[in-house]
Design a binder for this molecule. Structure first.
Ligand SMILES: CC(C)(COP(=O)(O)OP(=O)(O)OC[C@H]1O[C@@H](n2cnc3c(N)ncnc32)[C@H](O)[C@@H]1OP(=O)(O)O)[C@@H](O)C(=O)NCCC(=O)NCCS
Length: 230
């Protein structure tokens, strides 16, 4: 099945797919109850025209998946973001092929940049590990304000800010071209800890949501008491 897919660097001939891809990104985030940094169709079109995106097509020639590159901190960091696979083509290895290609494209375009990604999913953690990424703390990511501003449109932004940008529901993974483990090593480390990561992702989501609800409750209460004195 994997071979029936075409995975290529997107260009201006693909901008007609941007709207549909954008809608699917939002729908998928809603369906799995997680947040995303929202992107407009125009933003995706721009990425396609700049040759900073990878698009996959299925055997029926419909779009099968997408991902793009963003550069931050004056090129010191590159993020591979917005990975999406069309629901009808999931679990067929499409994401793996897209991530591999966007990773190679990132290294070619930005050979000295650290490559990172944020994810709430085990599948992406697995793929990243097979490429040589390792889990890192947020302090090791770009501190470029513009990158973090992108999180503003995510439903979990309050959580990120309540943690002073040191943590959130997403797990950060990074590949440093100058200092990294081999893909064999990072894959081995992931396999060893897969069950822990799975539990950790679930735990993190539950704990943060509980804290957020409690904070909202406290804020609501203080708002109520403040209104009594006005
Ligand atoms: C996450 C997503 C991109 C995976 O795409 P996909 O094409 O189904 O993934 P692949 O088939 O390449 O799977 C890669 C690996 O992850 C595993 N995997 C796939 N979906 C998984 C899931 N929901 N949970 C756990 N593992 C999963 C696969 O079994 C495969 O492992 P293997 O190599 O041992 O077989 C796709 O489900 C999607 O678009 N989801 C909605 C958007 C999203 O979550 N994007 C990621 C934002 S960071």
């Amino acid at each position: 099945m994997n071979q029936d897919f075409k995975v290529i660097v997107a260009d201006e001939s693909h901008i007609g797919y941007a709207e549909e891809i954008c809608i699917e990104m939002e729908e998928s985030a809603k369906a799995r109850g997680t947040g995303i940094a929202k992107r407009s169709p125009d933003y995706l079109k721009q990425k396609m025209m700049e040759g900073k995106a990878v698009i996959a097509f299925g055997p029926d020639d419909g779009w099968a998946g997408f991902c793009y590159i963003e550069s931050w901190g004056h090129g010191g960091y590159v993020a591979n973001s917005g990975l999406i696979v069309s629901p009808k083509y999931r679990k067929g290895g499409v994401a793996k092929r897209i991530k591999k290609q966007i990773f190679e494209l990132s290294k070619k375009k930005y050979p000295d940049s650290k490559i990172f990604g944020l994810t709430t999913g085990l599948a992406v953690m697995k793929i990243n590990s097979e490429l040589g990424y390792e889990p890192v703390t947020y302090s090791e990511l770009t501190q470029d304000e513009a990158f973090w501003q992108g999180c503003k449109s995510c439903v979990n932004y309050d959580i990120l800010m309540s943690k002073e940008r040191k943590n959130c529901l997403c797990t950060a993974m990074l590949y440093d071209p100058k200092d990294h483990y081999t893909p064999e090593e990072t894959t081995k480390a992931f396999v060893k800890k897969e069950k822990i990561y799975e539990r950790f992702l679930r735990f993190k989501q539950k704990k943060f949501m509980r804290n957020l609800k409690r904070n909202n409750f406290i804020m609501g209460l203080s708002g109520f008491f403040a209104s009594l004195f006005l």
